[in-house]
Design a protein around this ligand. Structure first.
Ligand code: G3H
Length: 483
């Protein structure tokens, strides 16, 4: 099924419906974080090639935007079916290229097929409205505004390494159903997985040029691509640092951005501590903590902290550490720089007096799940996003102290509150400066039709299937004068 995308370990790019090589014959090696073996090589495109691709995407979009939504939807349904038919192969490439554990890889693939199908159906229900002029003071009923949605044009989708298939599809599918053409710029590590995804859309019968891919060195083509005059929308998931840079240079281009987080789990005195411990551990350590929505700090009321930590430690000891193919849950981090950064945060916490409960063991990029108690606000771990399997517990005296520390973060993605008292839960939820608060659950993005957004340094705009379709389309207003 995927034979066209690769020749002798060299992965091509999708351009105008064909898989082709860059003319400059330059490639980038993708090594597996699991064992450093070569996964493949990807094309390093030039600025001239970027120009050609954007031109092709722009020209192709018009016909696609005019195609009935039901026809666009049926192509998306076919892509979802192809993904499911090839689930094993897609899951294996995730395990190899980004060291994702087996269960998370399989669930990424299934979720992606479900996402695309739901998006296709949601698109069919997008409707406009008519508005009469006399609703506004001073106007007679002599005009009707007919409002419907049209595509924005060429969408640039920039996806991250941690969900190269799902977070590419969650940009591509809503953009396509809205009638846009898409240029996918996948992460370098994760690019091969994303190219497999691109082929599923291609194979499903997407017309030529409606999905093109660009791979290459961000240092050479990144800013050029982002500032190109024919990019009409940027949909980005990645770090806050890169997100801010994009926002600074892109000018007046609308954007959706999903950035970093420091999601807090606030555990109150009446919480079910068994349940809270299980959920927090799964929220913090899934895919070794390499998720923007991972639980990244626990703010525990002093009265329950000991018991909570005891329960969490029991859960952590159950996590198998190793390679995805061994069935491990904690797998090597994406590269050695990521592991070095996590180690820095661990060392800083130890030097400043945090109590190590479990972990602080490292083999190459593999960091064992690490838990700290008595983390204070003077430590980097209280504020920085590790993107690794490490969790600080900060003890607090009361709920307002927990809220204050939670809100002091530069990030505002999500938070959790664990309590049996619904009034207290809403009190906390209302005060937290984040996009979403989960009551008695871990922080997470899904289900994917819920709105998903970050405030402060965590994002821009709102995702979620309907919200993403709306973001990547705009109202078109035609006013009929009836007198
Ligand atoms: O890493 C960012 C993702 O949007 C997180 O998604 O909560 O489903 O793992 P998730």
């Amino acid at each position: 099924m995927f034979e066209k995308i690769c020749d002798n370990e060299i992965y091509k790019i999708l351009y105008n419906g064909e898989w082709i090589n860059s003319r400059n014959n330059k490639t980038i090696e993708i090594l597996s974080p699991v064992d450093n073996s070569l996964v493949g090589k990807i094309q390093a495109l030039t600025k001239e090639e970027v120009d050609e691709i954007i031109k092709n995407s722009k020209e192709s979009q018009k016909a696609w935007g005019n195609l009935p939504i039901s026809e666009r939807a049926s192509i998306l349904h076919k892509a979802a079916a192809i993904i499911e038919e090839n689930a094993d192969e897609l899951s294996q490439i995730l395990q190899l290229e980004i060291a994702k554990d087996i269960e998370s890889s399989q669930s990424e693939i299934k979720r992606t097929a479900d996402f695309i199908r739901f998006t296709a159906d949601e698109g069919k229900h997008m409707q406009g409205e008519t508005i009469l002029s006399d609703n506004f003071p001073g106007f007679k009923r002599d005009r009707v505004s007919v409002v419907y949605r049209v595509p924005v044009g060429v969408v640039l989708a920039i996806s991250p390494f941690n969900y190269p298939i799902n977070l590419s599809a969650s940009k591509i599918a809503p953009a396509l159903i809205a009638g846009n053409s898409v240029i996918l710029k996948p992460p370098t590590q994760g690019a091969i997985s994303a190219l497999y995804l691109a082929e599923t859309f291609n194979k499903a019968g997407l017309p030529k040029g409606i999905l093109n891919t660009i791979t290459g060195k961000s240092s050479e083509i990144g800013d050029y691509l982002i500032t190109h005059k024919d990019i009409n929308f940027i949909n980005f998931t990645g770090s806050t640092e890169v997100g801010k840079h994009i926002a600074e240079i892109a000018g007046m281009v609308p954007m959706l951005m999903e950035l970093g987080g420091k999601d807090a789990a606030i555990v109150l005195e009446d919480a079910d501590l068994n349940e809270a411990a299980k959920l927090i551990v799964s929220g913090a350590y899934n895919y070794s903590g390499q998720r923007c929505t991972a639980v990244k700090r626990v703010l525990a009321l002093e009265a329950v902290a000991d018991k909570l930590i005891q329960n969490m430690t029991q859960e952590i000891t159950k996590l198998k550490v190793g390679a995805p193919k061994e069935g491990a849950k904690i797998t090597p981090l994406i590269n050695s720089a990521a592991a070095d950064f996590v180690q820095e945060l661990i060392d800083d916490a130890i030097n400043k007096g945090a109590k190590l409960i479990i972990g602080n063991k490292r083999e190459g990029n593999l960091i064992y799940p690490t838990l700290f108690d008595y983390v204070t606000t003077a430590m980097r771990l209280a504020w920085e996003e590790p993107f690794g399997p490490i969790l600080p517990v900060i003890r607090v005296q009361n709920v307002d102290e927990a809220i204050a520390i939670a809100n002091k973060s530069q990030y505002g993605l999500q938070a959790s509150v664990f309590t049996q008292n619904i009034k207290e839960a809403f009190y906390v939820a209302d005060k937290l400066e984040v996009g979403t608060v989960h009551i008695n659950n871990k922080t997470e993005r899904g289900p994917d039709h819920f709105p998903f957004l970050g405030v402060k340094a965590s994002g821009l705009g709102t995702q979620g299937i309907r919200y993403s379709i709306e973001a990547m389309s705009r109202p078109k207003v035609v006013v009929l004068n009836i007198n």
